[in-house]
Design a binder for this molecule. Structure first.
Ligand SMILES: [Zn+2]
Length: 137
């Protein structure tokens, strides 16, 4: 019997893993290593000192601020343009995505939706609430 990875949606060869906190029953070892573990690590810290970037190609990248906190310019540089900040309590984080994403009809971020049930366009940056610098000068 072939199981399908709930993250990359391909047949699982070898061991299957628990995709939690992503939706689904099983995931493959590759997704476990590159996608599930980074999110669990992030979740495990009281206050992570970095952000997670959910890329359009369904991979995850760790992003660190240039200094102590993320500034607006860091966010714009990471996402490549004007950004929209989505205030939410999801994983004690703030979600940031490109503000013209909806107008340009960027495809929704499927990977992030599998984690959060939220439909956001393009690349999504998940920043710990305490890491966002709100006092812009
Ligand atoms: Zn997979």
């Amino acid at each position: 019997m072939n199981k399908i990875c709930s993250i990359c949606e391909t047949k699982i060869v070898g061991y299957d893993c628990n995709p939690h906190p992503f939706k689904g029953d099983v995931c493959c070892e590759a997704c476990n290593q590159t996608i599930v573990m980074p999110v669990r690590l992030y979740q495990g810290y009281q206050s992570p000192k970095y952000a997670l970037l959910f890329k359009a190609n369904e991979t995850i990248q760790t992003v660190r601020p240039k200094k102590e906190f993320f500034k607006l310019e860091d966010l714009q540089e990471t996402l490549g343009g004007n950004v929209e900040v989505y205030i939410t309590t999801f994983m004690s984080s703030v979600l940031v995505y490109k503000s013209n994403g909806k107008m340009k009809r960027l495809p929704k971020n499927k990977l992030f939706e599998k984690l959060s049930d939220k439909e956001l366009p393009g690349e999504v940056l998940m920043i710990p609430v305490g890491m966002l610098n709100r006092d812009e000068d």
